[in-house]
Design a protein around this ligand. Structure first.
Ligand code: DON
Length: 573
């Protein structure tokens, strides 16, 4: 009897505990008020910090760390929140990469990149004349790979401390009760209205009769129900049962090919992170199927033997050198990189000192290289994504880049499930030599094959100084991702900049093909003219990247910054 009472007490106690644990922290007057919040671009925090694309997402991540969680808890909760408050790129219908370094030095790489469905085939986007049907790889049902995000979050969970139920609760509340949208979100939803309607077969929360305006509340009931199924059932709440059925029903109503088996068989994969040294710092980044880690290693190693700091920040001399490194690394991307489970990526060679020295042997500091002549090295051995950077009090560092690919992905909302599917299939090389949405070309290494993961540019990165945590960094931006991370690292290490300047100064980008340099509007006009005189074709473009960075100062404070280019915002304590 006493035993039974004790048991009853224990059960009630546990129920109370879990009820308490999943109690809402979101709502008017609560810890996080979704009806009144503001963007914070930078702050120095003593213990823990998050920088992400949305103020509410950063605040939720920080709340988890305040309530006993670590950086991994924050990364999970922030991603789930982004899936609600930042539908253009935050997602449960897409994929991503998580790069972590535990306080004890253990490195963790979780690959939850989308995979091609079983029914996918190499020429699936070519018409009978062999021409690419871009519309099919970029929007609508056929553009989606099998979503990886929920598998990725559950693969992260063993490194976290709090129950998943608690980590997902704020996202559920935000979807169910709504949150106030910004001017930027309103105009972005308005601009996408037609393609939501064209690519979705059921009414969606993103389309309303009148125009969205800043201050409107976005409520997503179907998404809340999906998140609750995941809360109750774990990953099978997404990959099996009701949600899986809703995804497949949506596929059947469109021209999609994702099947119940595709969903059930999807797994996140552990990937050993890539690490290399640059001017006395240890840089850690993501391995294939990301091209990012290899590309930043190549670019930094190519410029390391030059006294870049003495050239000066964004002088013609330093920019020209950095462009030539970009050209060469991107030529290698097109030829040698793809899913390592399907294609042998010669990672060691591509990152070796000898290979990199040879790649720069035809570099001339006074004239533009020519991409047609800078082919990929011979190897003998055979806009919309989002980033979050997290650092906790114990010294765990987490860098996550996650994506639907284009803004709002395929624009297909899963009927009854309320979330957007990715258009990641376009990241494959749909036909050798034909540029994708980001102008990237590829061939055999990145050809479509069932179960294969499409090559990515996402580059979640960590930097150590004296073997201690120094910088957590990453960005969206398609092929401009590795160049943005590269330039921010050079700004910090070579030009001694603080994190704010390092991410917010103008950027330039060369990706081998097309053979031109894209620069942001505020790029120095004189340097531009001098580069043109050397033979560079230069085009101006909109914002490059939205980088989120945390840098540890010598006094231990976390200098936390969010890119000026969006609603990106920091939080911490
Ligand atoms: O994985 C990739 O490389 C792309 N799907 C990333 C897309 C992206 O960054 C768009 N954001 N602006």
């Amino acid at each position: 009897m006493r035993k039974a009472v004790l048991l009853l007490l224990m059960i009630t106690g546990q129920q109370m505990l879990s009820a308490q644990k999943t109690a809402s922290i979101v709502g008017a007057g609560k810890e996080i008020n979704p009806y009144k919040y503001s963007v914070v671009k930078k702050a120095n925090f003593s213990k823990a910090a998050v920088s992400s694309a949305h103020p509410l997402a950063s605040m939720v991540g920080v709340a988890m760390m305040k309530n006993g969680g670590n950086a991994f808890d924050a990364a999970i909760a922030t991603q789930l929140t982004l899936a609600v408050v930042y539908p253009g790129a935050g997602n449960i219908g897409g994929g991503g990469f998580l790069l972590g370094r535990k306080a004890d030095g253990e490195l963790i790489g979780i690959d939850y990149r989308e995979a091609a469905p079983e029914k996918a085939s190499r020429d699936m986007y070519l018409d009978k004349n062999g021409n690419v049907q871009m519309a099919l790889s970029q929007s609508g049902h056929l553009a989606s790979g099998i979503p990886g995000t929920i598998a990725g979050l559950f693969a992260t969970l063993p490194y976290a401390k709090l129950p998943f139920k608690q980590l997902i609760q704020p996202a559920i509340d935000l979807a169910e009760k709504g949150f106030v949208i910004s001017e930027r979100e309103a105009s972005s939803l308005n601009a996408t209205k037609e393609s939501f309607s064209k690519s979705s077969t059921r009414p969606t929360a993103f389309v309303k009769e009148n125009k969205w305006k800043a201050g409107d509340t976005l409520i997503q009931k179907d998404l809340a129900a999906t998140l609750k199924r995941i809360q109750q059932k774990g990953a099978p709440g997404f990959y099996e049962g009701e949600t899986a059925k809703l995804i497949v029903d949506e596929m059947l109503r469109g021209n999609g090919i994702i099947s119940l088996d595709d969903l059930k068989n999807y797994t996140a994969k552990l990937r050993s992170p890539l690490a290399f040294d640059y001017r006395g710092h240890r840089i850690i980044s993501f391995a294939p199927p990301s091209s990012g880690g290899i590309i930043i290693a190549q670019m930094l190693k190519m410029i390391e033997k030059y006294p870049v700091s003495s050239y000066g920040f964004q002088t013609t001399k330093s920019v020209q050198l950095m462009i030539e490194a970009e050209r060469r690394a991107f030529a290698d991307r097109a030829e040698h990189m793809g899913d390592p489970d399907f294609y042998h990526v010669p990672v060691k060679t591509l990152m070796s000192e000898a290979y990199i020295a040879q790649r720069m042997s035809d570099y001339y500091p006074d004239k533009a290289g020519i991409s047609n002549m800078v082919k990929a090295g011979a190897i003998k051995e055979s806009e919309e994504t989002t980033h979050l950077s997290v650092m906790d009090a114990a010294g765990n560092m987490v860098s996550v880049t996650t994506t639907l690919n284009g803004g709002y992905g395929s624009r297909t909302v899963v009927g009854g499930a309320g979330f957007l599917l990715n258009n990641e299939m376009d990241d494959f090389s749909v036909k050798p030599g034909v540029p994708n949405m980001y102008g990237a070309v590829g061939g055999e290494a990145n050809a479509i094959s069932p179960g294969k993961r499409m090559l990515s540019s996402m580059t979640p990165t960590l930097v150590l100084k004296n073997n201690k945590p120094y910088v957590v960094i990453g960005t969206p931006g398609g092929t401009t991702i590795p160049t943005s991370v590269y330039q921010a690292i050079v700004n910090i290490i070579d030009f001694n900049m603080n994190a704010d300047d390092a991410i917010n100064k103008p950027k330039f980008h060369h990706q081998w093909l097309p053979d031109e340099v894209a620069v942001e509007k505020d790029f120095d006009i004189e340097v531009k003219k001098q580069l043109q005189a050397m033979g560079y074709k230069i085009s101006e473009r909109g914002a490059i990247g939205r980088t989120e960075a945390i840098r540890i100062l010598s006094n231990g404070k976390r200098e936390t910054v969010a890119d000026k280019r969006g609603d990106d915002s920091v939080a911490g304590f």
